[in-house]
Design a protein around this ligand. Structure first.
Ligand code: SF4
Length: 268
């Protein structure tokens, strides 16, 4: 199937390469038109994606989610990146697999996606070691979670789960997941030479928090500006719930989710 610039398409995402290939085989057998973009995802016309999802589900294929395919984002390097992408993984790795269980568009920025992926083992014991090696990470030993930013993406590592917000697309998301997997395995391998850090560093700055707020300076929270609110939130002198627009205006739903995860991870 060829992608035409002026038509609407959706990307359907699968939880892992095996499931992706199985689903694509079903589509080929049924002679259903789709564009293969990786073992993890296909592009289908917007008007057919619901029927296709229904059919795949009926055939017991697993789907992680779908989101609109934005042609303008993928010109040039997108398909090249897909062709060059090589998943890594060895039999004796500490962490063997990551399964993408949920993917959806960011509500505040429809050009980005958010996702939840599950690990094939509990990595709680490794979080203090990762806390020591990831620059700018923030560890919360009660949760336990490790939160850090990779450029504009916000990453949370839990015991058996990873959440990523504001990934560019499925290829970007999978590359980041693959990097995290490699980092976890490398950290485990070098564990004896790393001094674990149990320090609950707050490396998120007020300016980063400000970036997720509505930035309207409406004063509903009792602060003169959103930046003042961000500073006091970091100091533990404000509660996230006091930013009413964040909770009531649906256009900030994604930001609210990110802020809730961030404040939980930071123990604020
Ligand atoms: S309520 Fe929210 S949007 Fe309004 S000033 Fe406070 S932080 Fe900013």
């Amino acid at each position: 199937m060829e992608i035409e610039k002026d038509k609407d398409y959706e990307i359907i995402v699968f939880p892992n390469q095996d499931e992706g290939l199985r689903a694509q085989r079903i589509l080929v057998e049924r002679e259903i038109g789709f564009k293969h973009i990786s073992t993890l995802a296909v592009v289908v016309p917007e008007k057919t994606y619901q029927d296709i999802c229904r059919l795949l589900t009926k055939e017991d294929a697993l789907i992680s989610g779908y989101y609109p395919f934005l042609y303008r984002d993928y010109e040039g390097n997108f398909f090249k990146t897909v062709r060059e992408y090589k998943p890594s993984g060895k039999e004796d790795d500490y962490l063997k697999s990551i399964t993408l269980c949920y993917v959806a568009p960011c509500m505040a920025d429809e050009k980005k996606i958010r996702l939840i992926a599950f690990l094939d083992r509990d990595i709680s014991e490794l979080l203090p070691y990762l806390n020591a090696v990831i620059k700018g990470a923030s560890y919360n030993k009660n949760a336990p979670t490790l939160t850090y930013a990779k450029e504009r993406r916000l990453i949370n590592l839990y015991n058996i789960k990873i959440t990523i917000a504001k990934a560019d697309d499925i290829i970007d998301a999978w590359k980041v997941l693959d990097e995290i997997k490699a980092l976890i395995n490398k950290t485990y391998k070098n564990k004896d030479t790393i001094k674990p850090s149990y320090e609950e560093k707050i490396k998120v700055t007020a300016l980063q928090i400000y970036g997720w707020l509505p930035k309207s300076n409406c004063k509903v929270c009792g602060e003169a500006t959103c930046l003042a609110f961000a500073c006091r939130l970091l100091l533990g002198e404000q509660k996230l719930e006091n930013c009413k627009p964040l909770f009531t205006d649906t256009k900030f739903a994604e930001n609210k989710q990110i802020m809730q995860e961030m404040t939980e991870a930071l123990g604020l």
